[in-house]
Design a protein around this ligand. Structure first.
Ligand code: PMP
Length: 394
């Protein structure tokens, strides 16, 4: 059926103010959008010239950091989760409802912005090793923030479990109709369906009707890779598309996809599972299969492991050669896109995701890059990306 009129693709009608923000936010045809919701989606697909030149392929990156609410692909997810909750009556403006979420940052920021825009409060639980600018931003957005020590997912103090129990406490203790809503990005299927309904179709349209050979993305919840893969492979029938998981060092997903066993790079088969992923990369890399990842797992063809060192060098390279300033998960995606391109015929089109801006990673990732003193080195090896990434022998 026609997408016009659906929640993601409806036309903007300036006369009709009634609940138009949810209905209309996806059409920027006339350049006017209805509220902050209208700045979500329709992000550009950027050809990255330096990576394309170095690989002989076309590397295209979806500039998700340009989503205008929280500056990441999580804007799509947050809006879809809130919308679903509103439809089910779990969230209602003017009732004092609060959105609770466990997040490493991006989803919390998107939820905090949309909560403000739609009449809710936000309460965010996050691990205390994430970059400080994320929790600072959440404070400025008026969210309540709990930074908690890193703990295994089986621990009630794990940031996701804490958010779930805080939501329950809210609903139970409230003597008003006020409700605590646990957004649950890891298990809520409104996460991957947001990408299936929006990110996937945008990529399909932007590549001239699915003219792409590979899609490369990391998994934090798995929503992006699952939703995009489901749209392109199942809904559009692009069965020969290669879907590749970009996995940071220390994450167990690489082995799960390649060998069917969940154990991380820093341990041997048969040893105790690590609960913490040993990487400075924020937002991707986990040691469990979430509902969202499971939805797309059968469609993932391969995985590429990326070291922190490669991610740092890629981030520096992109600033120097392309003027693109990104965070750590985007850098992992770009390294994995290059590795994928090198294994494909020349001229292939590889699509990946730029998740968030480097400005959200100044205090950790970019500070580390500065300390590595890479400027001189990249100038020396100016023309050789593969040498910079240690991929000459691939
Ligand atoms: N990059 C960043 C910065 C993120 O915060 C996240 C989500 N945690 C991702 C990438 C991964 O996206 P997804 O959850 O859809 O797998």
């Amino acid at each position: 059926g026609s997408r016009r009129g659906s929640i993601f693709f409806g036309p903007v009608n300036l006369e009709d103010r009634e609940e138009s923000s949810l209905v209309d936010y996806y059409d920027r045809g006339n350049g006017i959008v209805d509220g902050v919701e209208g700045t979500i989606g329709n992000t550009p697909l950027v050809k990255i010239r330096s990576l394309s030149d170095a690989t002989g392929c076309t590397i295209l990156a979806k500039a998700e950091y340009l989503n205008g609410a929280g500056g990441s692909p999580k804007d799509r997810v947050a809006l879809n989760m809130i919308r679903a909750a509103e439809e089910q009556g779990l969230l209602s403006p003017g009732r004092g409802d609060t959105i609770y979420e466990g997040t490493v940052g991006s989803t919390g920021i998107s939820l905090a912005v949309l909560a403000r825009a739609r009449g809710y409060k936000a309460h965010i639980c996050m691990p205390d090793d994430m970059a400080i600018e994320k929790s600072d931003l959440l404070h400025h957005l008026g969210a309540t923030v709990e930074r908690v020590p890193v703990a295994p997912i089986t621990d009630p103090g794990h940031f996701v479990n804490l958010a779930r129990s805080r939501a329950k406490e809210h609903t139970a203790s409230s003597d008003t109709p006020s409700h605590g809503f646990f957004a649950d990005q890891f298990e809520s299927l409104a996460n991957y369906t947001a990408h299936m309904k929006t990110t996937g179709p945008e990529i399909y349209a932007q590549t001239g009707g699915g003219r792409l050979d590979a899609f490369v993305a990391g998994a934090g919840t798995g929503g992006t890779i699952a939703g995009v893969a489901k749209h392109l492979k199942e809904e559009r029938g692009l069965t020969s598309l290669r879907v590749v998981l970009a996995d940071p060092q220390g994450s167990g997903l690489y082995n799960k996809i390649r060998h069917g066993v969940m154990y991380s790079s820093t341990e041997r088969e048969g040893t105790r599972r690590r609960t913490q992923v040993d990487t400075m990369v924020e937002g991707i890399g986990i040691n469990r299969i979430t509902e969202n990842l499971e939805a797309g797992r059968p469609l993932i063809d391969d995985a590429v492991r990326v070291t922190d060192d490669q991610a740092c060098r890629m981030a520096r390279w992109l600033v120097e050669h392309d003027g693109i300033f990104i965070g750590s998960s985007s850098a992992v995606n770009c390294v994995a896109a290059v590795v994928t391109a090198l294994k494909m015929p020349k001229g292939s089109r590889v699509v990946t995701i730029l998740c968030d801006s480097g400005t959200r990673h100044l205090s950790k990732f970019w500070k580390h890059i500065a300390a590595m003193g890479l400027e001189d080195e990249t100038q020396k090896q100016d023309e050789d990306l593969l040498a910079v990434l240690g991929l000459e022998n691939l």
